[in-house]
Design a protein. Structure first.
Length: 303
């Protein structure tokens, strides 16, 4: 396993030797690097990425009278028995492959492969993106009965990446009753945001809609609330990675509405809700955010 912070990791060094031949005899050498998602945590969706297998492949056509041999090394020694070569009309085709596993860290990791072909060298590199260890949450104010949460990812640089919310399950709604015209509010509605230059994203619209507040008060259901979990993922080559689970709650009392996310709590007095503002996603007014005003993939240019 390879892991580093602010550094280059030399995964592969390869040398090809041809006995009596010279550097001028080397023909059409190549070097490639490939990162393959892997290391999914147990019982996680297949798209969750915790690391990458980094594969380096060096190849060359060479001309000579002697059979080639090769040695390669990285963190684990790779000897010549793992080299594939064949002869065709006096040319030798030599291929060496080595790989290592790189676990994701909070910071970008720069992975390099290096090969020396009889005095001519090549290097290729790739980046394994960092994954946040979490996010800080703060209030961005209210829009009527909706709280507009703002988030900042920590501790690395994740600007221009995309974060996505998924339902974390376990929802409950004590406001709902059998026969209610307001559907149960027990999960997130789903959305994604592009991370800004300061590692921030938002707003995340959260709260009961105005129609729901008025209805449940008129039915004597207040005080009542909903509770559920929000899984936050960040995009990765070949998938995404879960970096934080946020508990979320929203409540109605006779005089106030309130919202909670993570360790943050906000409340405001709301005596007589006006009709649902437009454009909000659910006409019943119970959605946890506006699907129109929220930055979403396809509405925000990706850079």
């Amino acid at each position: 396993m390879v892991s580093c912070r602010y550094c280059a990791v030399f995964i592969l060094a390869i040398a090809v030797s041809l006995g009596a031949t010279t550097a001028a005899d080397a023909q059409e050498s190549s070097l490639t690097i490939q990162t393959t998602p892997g290391g999914q945590r147990p019982n996680a969706p297949a798209s969750y990425v915790d690391g990458y297998t980094v594969t380096c492949t060096a190849a060359a056509w060479v001309e000579g009278e002697w059979s080639p041999y090769l040695y390669a090394y990285n963190w684990l020694y790779v000897d010549s028995s793992e080299v594939d070569y064949a002869q065709d009309f006096g040319f030798w085709y030599v291929v060496a492959v080595t790989e290592d596993y790189v676990a994701v860290t909070p910071y970008n990791q720069y992975i390099s492969c290096y090969a020396d072909f009889l005095g001519g060298s090549q290097m290729v590199d790739a980046t394994v993106p960092g994954v946040p260890t979490g996010e800080t949450i703060q209030s961005g104010g209210w829009s009527d009965v909706y709280q507009l949460w703002q988030q900042t990812l920590t501790p690395g640089n994740y600007s221009n990446r995309w974060v996505t919310e998924q339902d974390g399950g376990g929802g409950s709604d004590t406001c709902w009753y059998w026969g209610s015209p307001i559907p149960p509010f027990t999960s997130i509605t789903g959305g994604d945001w592009q991370v800004g230059s300061s590692n921030d994203y938002g707003p995340d619209w959260h709260g009961w809609g105005t129609d729901a507040v008025a209805h449940y008060r008129s039915e004597g259901r207040a005080p009542c609330q909903t509770d559920f979990y929000q899984n936050m993922l960040i995009d990765m080559p070949g998938g995404s990675t879960l970096y934080q689970v946020n508990p979320m709650s929203a409540g109605i009392t006779d005089l106030t509405v309130w919202c909670a996310k993570g360790d943050q709590f906000e409340q405001r007095t709301r005596l007589s809700p006006s009709p649902s503002p437009t454009p909000h996603a659910r006409p019943q007014g119970f959605a946890d955010r506006s699907s129109v005003l929220m930055p979403r993939r396809g509405m925000v240019s990706r850079h």
